[in-house]
Write a protein that binds this ligand. Sequence first.
Ligand SMILES: C[S@@+](CC[C@H](N)C(=O)[O-])C[C@H]1O[C@@H](n2cnc3c(N)ncnc32)[C@H](O)[C@@H]1O
Length: 328
Amino acid sequence: MMDEVLEYLQPVPGGLYIDGTLGGGGHTAAILERSAPDGKVLGIDTDQLALDRVGARLVEFVESGRLILAHGNFSDLAQIVKQTGFGAGHPLQGVLLDLGFSSDQMDTPERGFSFGADGPLDMRLDQSLPLTAADIVNGASEQELADIFWRYGDESRSRQLARRIVHMRTQSEFTHTAQLAALMAAGVPRKPGAIHPATRAFQALRIAVNHELESLEKVMPQIVDILEGDKKPLQGEIENQSATETSRAGRMVIISFHSLEDRIVKEFTRREAKDCICPPRLPVCMCGHKARLHILTNKPVVPGELEIEQNPRARSAKLRAAEIAINS
Ligand SMILES: C[S@@+](CC[C@H](N)C(=O)[O-])C[C@H]1O[C@@H](n2cnc3c(N)ncnc32)[C@H](O)[C@@H]1O
């Protein structure tokens, strides 16, 4: 969703942007191009291999100081911004999150995300995380496994799969993706065009291994704080034709691939776009909450048919965007 990201982020020369999910660097490269000659991007990824690859590919931006790379989890966004000194406390112009995992990760069997090609049952986006998918599959209780498949994968066979795993692992532990995928596909007739029977359970395991929903919950308020900065633009500055482009309200753009992720983004942005968040039964406002966001996408933006045809993995993508409310 490159065009949509640029449309909502609206990179401008001199702007300061954070790409919290650097991945293959596609969005970062486009932001750098649009914000030339002096816009800057702080590119963060929890996967050191992704940072190494982008560092080599976009070396000229790294050397010129326009691209700063940082290894870390976006759930620690405020700390990463502080450590790198990015923006030096000034409001930034935009933050992008393109959640989930990248094609590079999916297409490298050794990373353990793929059920199509065999590899170790790993699934860690950050190789320094303590628990792999194999640790969960071999160590979690039947109930815990069923909960993971149901909650994070909407897998209707959650209990059955959990029962079969627990039975099988008494004979031999699960170490490889093909072994687990075969168990999940056993006895399921494949209809043409239907997703692989392991798709939902693999997605659920990946979300559990990487604590993906918790990270998203943690980063949302930090994004708003960072976009507001220590110095907020004044209404007059925004309306003033002579004001620099970078005095515009900061924007956040988030692409999610899972209904639970989209719900977290939707509920957070809706709450932060309200002046009062008291329960409706209260006759007067007791909370004093002030809107900090203005929502730019009332409904999520979804990819067009052509993009889905060219990239079937985009089929479940949903983009939501919001900007800092000027009078917040
Ligand atoms: C869908 S890809 C991003 C693709 C990227 N927008 C591009 O243009 O190539 C998601 C990336 O985010 C990273 N990631 C996922 N969760 C993360 C987190 N909590 N903190 C930092 N990086 C994360 C993954 O390692 C992966 O490289």
